[in-house]
Design a protein around this ligand. Structure first.
Ligand code: PLP
Length: 475
């Protein structure tokens, strides 16, 4: 039983704080030092996890040591180790070393980043981040934004602003019930599923989402877009928004942003760039030119929990004109004290959440501690690993590439096996715990996908994975 310091049973004495920090520190160091020796994907102990899932509510407390012992005995062995050097399945990085500590500090400070007077310093930090990102993409001084939980939420926030802009001044009062022809949104067949989700959450209906074909480089085809817009207008529907990708989730393709921006301007359409996967690669000179069109958008999604290697969660949305967020999200309830101040932003008025954690701290600290150049170099190292894997795949007759390697991901296939055979090899690899890759469906063909976002991965890991896959394919 924990002892009770003054202030009641939910507080720690200074000695208990020290003990908790020691346990956290020992756990963190030990876990990260041994993570490469663990199976990437654990042989799940279902009985132990069922016991956790059905555990009765504890009416009295237990010592910290018991909690950490359970962490070691049950939680860690039944966790998927995203920090393992051969964890490469999705657009999911291993966190940089500082960001978990920043989350701890943010939780101790427990700022509520909704109203500026509840979090003045955090407010300035979030503003700094938004300005750094807006400057990276040369967005104008009118730009604004908000830190979100991730790319899906950033897409939802941006598309809410786009929808309300299209509906006009009656958007908040009448919503889609105000009538009018259906609004139609355009994206490519390679777009992320969070766009489908946002379309249905926003009441637009996925029947009004056009997933258009892509060219040989997996980029949204402008001719297909133009034809779809003409057809929808002719049928009495209202085209309102195009979602382009700066890094499509499967192959990392970048849609033709400058051309799309010109088309959208001419047609009066909102251009949203889903840059959750790739846009922050603009930090590296290697990718800054290909990402130059990102800043032409009306809104942009970014994901610091991807290329800034922050621990979950940290996303971000930028809008060209911050007033669009205010129009879509502001609320002035009588029970909150809002006092406009030119130096601060009430972020509660620019997004769907009221209470918001100080997520910006880990992003701000990561950039300040390591510096933007360290991220640029890391992004280039991830690209180099993908290029190495691409070269190896082309060298080995056992494999074939499903798409050219243009970013930090590689889509490929075991030659001589059909789609089911490729899925079987992937399952065997993952279940064996040696490595974790993801599935890829590229122009109708199934294969495997490695996405390099893991700070501990070396070339030898790539070679190991390909050797292992060759063995599994032969079994
Ligand atoms: C292109 C793209 N958009 C959106 C998302 C969703 O981001 P999150 O998982 O942070 O919600 C992803 C995730 O991989 C993505 O690759």
């Amino acid at each position: 039983m924990p002892s009770s310091p003054s202030g009641g049973p939910l507080l720690f004495t200074p000695e208990q704080h020290t003990r908790a920090l020691t346990l956290v520190g020992e756990f963190s160091q030990q876990y990260l030092a041994t993570v490469a020796d663990r199976p990437v994907y654990p042989p799940v102990d279902r009985a132990a996890l069922r016991a956790i899932a059905h555990e009765p509510l504890p009416r009295s407390g237990m010592p910290l040591e018991t909690l950490f012992a359970e962490l070691e005995a049950v939680v860690v062995p039944n966790s998927t180790h995203s920090a393992h050097p051969r964890f490469l399945p999705y657009v999911q990085p291993s966190p940089n070393a500082l960001s978990p500590y920043a989350d701890h500090v943010a939780a101790v400070l427990n700022q509520n980043c909704n109203l500026w007077h509840l979090s003045p310093a955090a407010n300035a930090v979030e503003q700094a981040l938004l300005r750094w990102f807006a400057d990276l993409f040369r967005l104008p001084g009118s730009a604004g934004g908000i830190v979100t939980s991730g790319g899906s939420m950033a897409n939802l926030v941006a598309l809410t602003a786009a929808r309300d802009h299209a509906l006009g001044s009656a958007a908040r009062a009448e919503g889609l019930q105000g009538g009018g022809a259906p609004l139609v949104l355009y994206t490519s067949e390679e777009a992320h599923s969070s766009i489908d989700k946002a379309v249905s959450i926003l009441g637009l209906g996925t029947n009004n989402l056009r997933k258009l074909p892509t060219d040989e480089r997996f980029r949204l085809r402008l001719d297909a877009l133009a034809a779809a817009v003409v057809a929808d207008r002719a049928a009495g529907r209202r085209p309102f928004c195009v979602v382009a990708s700066a890094g499509t989730v499967t192959t990392g393709a970048i849609d033709p942003l400058a051309e799309l921006s010109g088309f959208c301007r001419e047609q009066g359409l909102w251009l949203h760039v889903d840059g959750a996967y790739g846009a922050l690669a603009a930090l590296s000179e290697r990718f800054s030119e290909s990402m130059a069109g990102v800043g032409l958008a009306d809104s942009v999604s970014l994901d610091p929990h991807k290329f800034l290697f922050c621990a979950f969660e940290a996303g971000c949305v930028l809008v060209r004109d911050r007033q669009h967020l205010v129009n879509a999200f502001s609320a002035q309830p009588s029970y909150l004290t809002m006092s406009e101040d030119p130096d601060f932003v009430d972020f509660a008025n620019q997004g769907p959440q009221l209470s918001r954690a100080f997520k910006a701290l880990k992003v701000w600290w990561s950039l300040k501690h390591f510096g933007a150049d360290a991220f640029a170099a890391t992004i280039e190292r991830m690209h180099d690993l993908a290029l190495h894997m691409g070269t190896e795949i082309e060298r080995r007759p056992a494999f074939e590439l499903l798409a050219p390697v243009v970013f930090n991901c590689v889509c490929f296939r075991v030659r001589g096996l059909d789609d089911a055979g490729n899925r079987r090899v992937l399952t065997s690899l993952v279940d064996g715990g040696d490595a974790f890759l993801g599935p890829a469906l590229v122009k109708g063909r199934s294969g495997l996908r490695a996405c390099f976002m893991n700070l501990r991965t070396e070339r030898a890991d790539v070679d190991f994975i390909l050797d292992r896959l060759q063995e599994l394919a032969g079994e």
